[in-house]
Design a protein around this ligand. Structure first.
Ligand code: HEM
Length: 533
């Protein structure tokens, strides 16, 4: 009887092993064997730790599932973490906790508790808890997104907001946006009648706009950015891939699943591109007379950072790795999110022909027979509502980026130990029938009352986060999304390829994308062909 039970546990572990650890080769097999041997040792340590915790504290943790020794609940989680967490919220309530390996996780699923984390106790919960792969790609959290709440984070964020994302700079960069969006329309025109990957065209447009803002030229001028999208996608995938090194830190040295080695490989590729751009700029600067760069007009962000690097003031000075980590954040944060959202919006429009008709009517009324200009965007109220409704049902970061308290605190009456990992489940909040009537229906009209924005003030709707860690890229993200979508929808009629099976399922990741990339066929919509050149 006893041995039956042991066999059952063993079989369960082996079965569940597979979802987060696919064995590809002998090294993986060996790693898995080593880990299986380590389990009893770690189980003993875990048991001792749990007993001491029970004895030492009169704490009340949020309810949650039991797990296995050492691994906690890790083997029982399925791929789509946001959906699994939402199911668990139905069982355990608006806040629940779970041990994943040795790490204590808390998931917040209601707008009231999200408000406590992101607003009332914003300062306490303002740290991050970077994963091993995040530390690797950001040179040890030297970027903004993974940095703790400290003076380095404040300085970097201030620099990004004041020099790249300020209204003045966004206005000054309008020309880049116009020329890149027009280039995209002309490229799509050349491919009319054939199936186009919607994410890819949006990604390239956004990447070109951002590289123009950062160092003054498009990514498609030359071969340097060849394969960049694939590298970025791999990096984003690795950031959220379950990694035993994160859950049992004492094993991180072994990198048993090879995730960190893979990230290291992608890091080399990614930063090789940035190194080339930075080196070229340093060389150009050195051949110019002092002051000339400034006289030529607006300084781009790379120039501003290189000049800061030369300053010896401790509060603002950077070295090259700071610059690279910051460029990494901007490039990845801007491109993958924007292209993912363009894809989701287009998918929802293709699924809802009534919505498409209303958008086209609005575009005809506001833009007429011309091409879309940025000045038209504030009047496209219905398209704006469609984008917001898409953000509600498909938030691209459904659990935001994890937060971590810098001291023991209480949330919803439960103890949250210092250093826990806290997720705000935006996906659950934005689909909660307590917050939204007909929550699972796609109804853009609910956003037509003009009361909604992306600033995270209303905790029912926070696709960009809320509080001090809110996305600083909202103004650029919003502008680009509206501009790309309005242009694609006004210039072209979009249809699905024949026999294409349409579906809207998603795949959890650091950025949660459409599981099956959307391909659609553009057809000419404006009668004047010269508008496409
Ligand atoms: C549609 C476009 C975008 C979406 C949906 C989006 C979404 C988000 C979300 C959900 C977060 C996490 C907030 C939190 O943890 O509370 C975030 C953080 C961040 N985003 Fe965005 N973002 C977008 C565009 C951009 C752009 C264009 C930039 C910069 C040019 C940017 C830069 C950042 C940075 C630096 C952070 C980290 C902030 C911090 O930790 O202090 N994002 N973004």
């Amino acid at each position: 009887m006893k041995s039956d039970f042991k066999d059952k546990i063993y079989l369960t572990m082996i079965n569940y092993w597979s979802w987060w650890w696919e064995v590809d080769n002998e090294t993986d097999e060996l790693s898995r064997t080593i880990l299986t041997i380590l389990v009893p040792i770690l189980a003993l340590l875990w048991y001792k730790w749990t007993i001491s915790l029970i004895h030492n504290r009169r704490t009340r943790f949020a309810p949650g599932p039991y797990g296995l020794p050492v691994f906690g609940y890790l083997p029982f989680l399925s791929h789509n973490l946001h959906e699994r967490f939402t199911e668990m919220a139905h069982k355990y309530g608006p806040i629940f906790s779970l041990n994943l390996g040795s790490k204590f996780h808390v998931v917040v699923n209601s707008m009231d508790l999200a408000k406590v984390v992101a607003r009332d106790l914003d300062q306490t919960f303002a740290n991050r808890s970077p994963t091993v792969t995040a530390l690797t790609i950001t040179y040890g959290a030297l970027d903004i997104a993974w940095s703790n709440n400290n003076s380095h984070w404040r300085n970097m964020r201030k620099l990004l907001v004041s020099q790249v994302l300020s209204n003045a700079n966004l206005d000054a960069c309008q020309g880049f946006r116009t020329s890149e969006v027009r280039k995209t329309i002309s490229n799509v025109y050349a491919r009319m009648g054939t199936a186009v990957d919607v994410n890819e065209i949006a990604f390239d447009t956004e990447l070109n706009v951002v590289t123009n803002m950062l160092w003054g030229c498009s990514s498609d001028s030359g071969d340097l950015f060849h394969g960049f999208r694939e590298v970025e996608f791999k990096i984003i995938e690795l950031l959220a891939a379950p990694n035993i090194s994160d859950f049992i830190p004492m094993l991180s040295w072994f990198d048993l699943q090879g995730r960190n080695r893979e990230m290291q490989k992608q890091k080399e590729h990614f930063y090789r591109i940035l190194d080339r751009i930075i080196e070229e700029r340093i060389e150009t600067n050195s051949t110019k007379m002092e002051g000339v760069v400034e006289e030529e007009g607006r300084k781009d962000f790379l120039q501003i950072m290189l000049e800061l690097k030369e300053q010896k003031d401790d509060s603002t000075s950077f070295d090259i790795v700071h610059i690279k980590a910051l460029l990494f954040d901007i490039l990845t944060a801007a491109t993958d999110t924007t292209s993912t959202m363009v894809e989701w919006v287009m998918a929802e429009i293709l699924r809802n022909p009534g919505v498409k008709t209303k958008i086209q009517e609005e575009l005809t009324e506001v833009v007429g027979i011309n091409i879309v200009e940025e000045s038209h965007l504030p009047r496209l109220k219905y398209l704006d509502a469609v984008v917001k409704e898409t953000f509600r049902v498909h938030p691209p970061l459904p659990l935001l980026i994890q937060r971590s308290p810098d001291e023991h605190c209480t949330l919803g009456g439960y103890t949250i130990p210092k250093g826990s990992i806290v997720y705000i489940n935006v996906w659950a909040i934005q689909r909660d029938p307590k917050n939204w009537t007909d929550a699972l229906e796609f109804r853009p009209e609910r956003f037509l009352n003009g009361k909604w924005d992306y600033n995270g003030n209303n905790l029912k709707f926070l696709p960009f986060g809320s509080g001090r860690r809110i996305c600083p890229g909202v103004p650029l993200g919003e502008k680009m999304l509206m501009y790309i979508l309005a242009s694609l929808l006004h210039s072209f009629e979009w249809i699905l390829p024949k026999d294409e099976e349409f579906e809207l399922s998603d795949e959890f990741g650091f950025v949660t994308k459409k599981r099956k990339p959307l391909v659609a066929i553009p057809l000419q919509r404006l009668s004047d062909a010269t508008l496409y050149k």
